[in-house]
Design a protein around this ligand. Structure first.
Ligand code: ACO
Length: 356
């Protein structure tokens, strides 16, 4: 058994499939390309949830809008100590206050929560009043409005919607596995999402895009890219936004997000710098690690997209959670349906007590 369990199959799922050799991601029978920019986050969430709960709402966008308004009451509990934490930890703290359960109403609240709480946490930290959700708005547009205080342009809302769909589910990644383990104990969907967020926030998983921004800031101009990247690798650092446990070719989500940034037209932020840094990084990684296919992963273009939408890097992991939470809830339901507690074995390699 490998230390990272990459050789272990720990679930059977109808939700998504990651083909790391072909660079293909299937979400509930559809290729990622056929969903991003075509279906809304709510629509793909409905796909993931189909068949897992007896009372799924026919109008998911409306039900999710009502759930955003419902979880708003937790914002009253956003005290100064919570607001002073890094946004993803404050989000986790607020989500921990939701009542747990395995029903559809709980699932809706869990999916609504990151969108509502992220804006509230960011605004409180800046001394601004949190913005109440608009239940009639699309989820992505409302999320952006609750952060900035102003309605986004249709292009901005579409770009965030494309992002939320792109990251909505991805096989048995670390956070989804954590969510399934918690769900298998019948702890409930809130607990599953909290387990997911806790695993997501690490820099080797969903915490990478913030450091991608730090890297772009430090490089600043395309001509500095090569020297900076070489020095980082000489110092033993990994290049954030590159490499993946499963993909041996380019992560298909990177191209979906790059296309979403392009659709922002004049507001595409630092895409040109990003492309120059990506090209230099890939060339260097190929020459330094010729036997290890290290390609661009989803986090690289996540950073560029979310920055172009004026979302602060400190909140990037929260926005990732706002998309992935739909996958966590679907996986939690799927795990519960198996009726089986996840409880692997370990091999003890420590000392044994001496015989008496
Ligand atoms: N930069 C430089 N070298 C790298 C990188 C990188 N980004 N990624 C892997 N390597 C090297 C490792 O140092 C290792 O070299 P070695 O064999 O000489 O020790 C080799 O490639 C294989 O590394 P592993 O750790 O086995 O690769 P693994 O598949 O376990 O790692 C991971 C995947 C954690 C994503 C890794 O590529 C990484 O740390 N990337 C940077 C962080 C990042 O971008 N995370 C986001 C991932 S996407 C997501 O989770 C949503």
């Amino acid at each position: 058994m490998e230390a990272g369990l990459e050789d272990v199959i720990a679930a059977r799922t109808v939700l998504s499939d990651v083909d790391g050799q072909a660079g293909r991601l299937i979400i509930r029978g559809a290729s990622l390309d056929s969903l991003v920019g075509v279906e809304s986050f709510e629509s793909v969430c409905a796909r993931l949830w189909a068949g897992f709960s007896p009372d799924l709402p026919a109008d998911l966008p409306a039900a999710l809008g009502r759930a955003r308004a419902e979880v708003w009451r937790e914002v009253d509990d956003l005290d100064d100590r919570l607001a002073a934490l890094p946004p993803v930890e404050a989000l986790r703290g607020l989500m921990a206050r939701l009542a747990d359960g395995e029903d559809t109403a709980t699932a809706l609240r869990v999916v609504a929560a990151p969108a509502v709480f992220t804006g509230a946490v960011l605004r409180r930290a800046q001394g601004l009043a949190p913005v109440h959700p608009d239940p009639g708005s699309g989820h992505a547009a409302d999320l952006l409005r609750m952060i900035s205080g102003a309605p986004p342009t249709p292009a901005q809302a579409a770009a965030l919607d494309a992002y939320l769909v792109t990251v909505i589910d991805h096989g048995l990644n670390a956070s989804t596995f954590a969510a399934r383990v918690a769900a298998s104990t019948r702890a409930g969907l809130v607990s599953a999402a909290l387990a997911g967020i806790s695993a997501l926030k690490g820099p080797l998983h969903g915490g990478a895009p913030g450091p991608v921004i730090d890297m772009l800031d430090a490089i600043a101009t395309p001509e500095h890219a090569r020297a900076w990247l070489e020095a980082a690798l000489d110092g033993g650092d990994r290049l954030m936004g590159f490499g993946h446990r499963v993909y041996r070719v380019r992560d298909p989500r990177a191209d979906a997000l790059k296309a979403a940034i392009r659709r922002l037209g004049a507001d595409q932020g630092r895409l040109a710098l990003g492309e120059a840094v990506e090209a230099a990084a890939l060339e260097i990684l190929r020459s330094r690690k010729p036997d290890r296919a290290l390609e661009t992963n989803v986090e690289f273009y996540t950073a560029l997209l979310l920055e172009a939408l004026s979302i602060p890097p400190s909140a990037f992991t929260c926005i990732f959670a706002a998309g992935r939470v739909a996958g966590w809830t679907a996986h939690a339901w799927e795990q519960v349906a198996t009726g089986r507690l996840i409880r692997p074995q370990s091999i003890y390699v420590g000392p044994v007590p001496a015989a008496a």
